[in-house]
Write a protein that binds this ligand. Structure first.
Ligand SMILES: NC(=O)c1ccc[n+]([C@@H]2O[C@H](COP(=O)([O-])OP(=O)(O)OC[C@H]3O[C@@H](n4cnc5c(N)ncnc54)[C@H](O)[C@@H]3O)[C@@H](O)[C@H]2O)c1
Length: 333
């Protein structure tokens, strides 16, 4: 019988790509979408229509035990991507981050206790490490929350691991480093650079130019979650998903400029900078454990892979139909 996977946060950036890839790999997919009054299905509405036909959709709220408990019935695997992810917004709405990221994860764990779930895969984030203390960052690197968002993700990871240790609940933590690609919110740095670049030669809305990140193309990140389903060794483990290649924001602007053959005038927007102690200066992933335990290797790796991924992303953001799907080019938080 075909395995059934429920994806929480399915209508988001990574979730929508993951749903597409799961269906292509013949999994039965239930897409859990945050209930909303417009009946919006988020990015799930934009996936290939033939794929969409095969997806079971359920509306609910991860903060609500009852909706989680009924949604996961008869599922073999759970992947939890549902979260509030913006770091600036976490400075001013920390309680909602706790409710969604921590209580939401707890609801999944508690409701899984009475079911025969084969694996519960929790999406963590490289932000839990804080500014790297050594490189590449492996899974033994200390955890250091520099934002309420990171603190909420550490709490969720630890809760999940505690359920594995206390109750043998089959939990895996997958820890993506920064992800980029089509459908990402304009709050994130790469869409910010690309979409402003398309409309003018100026980039007006950039925070720090010197922060360094390890960027994974979204289809590689989605594939990492599928590898976590398949792995026989991922239960009770934390595994990083990163390329092992890092770039500064300044480097990325240069690559976008070269790809589009457009000259750029960069203006730093101080309002986009994080408070000094909250800034995570550098993240660069070790992916040795991912290769060993998940058999995962990013297809878009090194500089060539990044340039290829950036070109796909530019192409997607340059499409006028796709631009219409964004309400606003500028986010204040
Ligand atoms: N994008 C990245 O670079 C990145 C890097 C590392 C980790 N992650 C993690 O990956 C996951 C997905 O990130 P993303 O970039 O796709 O973010 P996203 O904001 O596009 O998706 C998050 C999804 O969670 C849903 N959600 C929020 N509150 C909910 C609730 N109460 N109930 C049900 N659903 C709810 C949203 O509707 C959305 O679909 C998150 O857990 C994030 O922490 C993302």
């Amino acid at each position: 019988m075909t395995d059934k996977v429920i994806v929480f946060g399915s209508e988001g950036f990574i979730g929508s790509h993951l749903v597409e890839q799961l269906v292509k790999k013949n999994y039965k997919v239930k897409a859990f979408i945050l209930y909303n009054f417009t009946n919006s299905k988020g990015w799930i509405s934009n996936i290939d229509k033939n794929i969409l036909k095969q997806v079971e959709i359920v509306f609910g709220d991860i903060r609500d035990y009852q909706s989680v408990n009924s949604a996961i019935k008869n599922c073999d695997y759970i992947i939890n991507l549902a979260a509030l992810i913006g770091i600036p917004y976490s400075y001013r709405a920390s309680e909602s981050y706790l409710d969604t990221n921590v209580k939401g994860t707890l609801n999944i764990l508690n409701s899984s206790m009475s079911k025969s779930i084969r694996k519960i895969i929790i999406a963590s984030t490289s932000e839990v490490y804080g500014s790297g203390q050594y490189f590449p960052i492996d899974e033994n690197h200390p955890l250091n929350a520099q934002s309420p968002y990171a603190a909420s993700k550490i709490a969720a990871d630890q809760l999940a691991l505690s359920f594995y240790k206390s109750f043998q609940l089959p939990v895996s933590i997958v820890r993506p480093f920064n992800t980029y690609g089509p459908r990402q919110s304009n709050r994130a740095v790469i869409p910010t650079i690309i979409s402003q670049h398309i409309s003018s030669s100026k980039i007006l809305n950039i925070g720090s130019l010197d922060t360094i990140r390890d960027f994974t193309y979204v289809t590689d990140t989605a594939e990492g979650f599928i590898c976590a389903i398949k792995s026989k060794k991922s239960i009770g483990e934390v595994v990083n998903l990163g390329t092992g290649y890092a770039l500064s924001i300044r480097d990325i602007i240069k690559i976008v400029s070269e790809a589009t053959e457009k000259k750029l005038i960069v203006k730093v927007d101080k309002n986009r900078k994080r408070p000094a102690k909250s800034e995570v200066n550098k993240l660069l992933s070790s992916n040795k454990k991912a290769e060993k335990i998940l058999k995962w290797k990013p297809k878009f790796n090194n500089k060539n892979g990044f340039v290829k991924g950036i070109n796909y992303t530019i192409k997607w953001f340059s499409n006028k139909e796709n631009q219409k799907l964004y309400d606003s080019k500028k986010y204040t938080v």
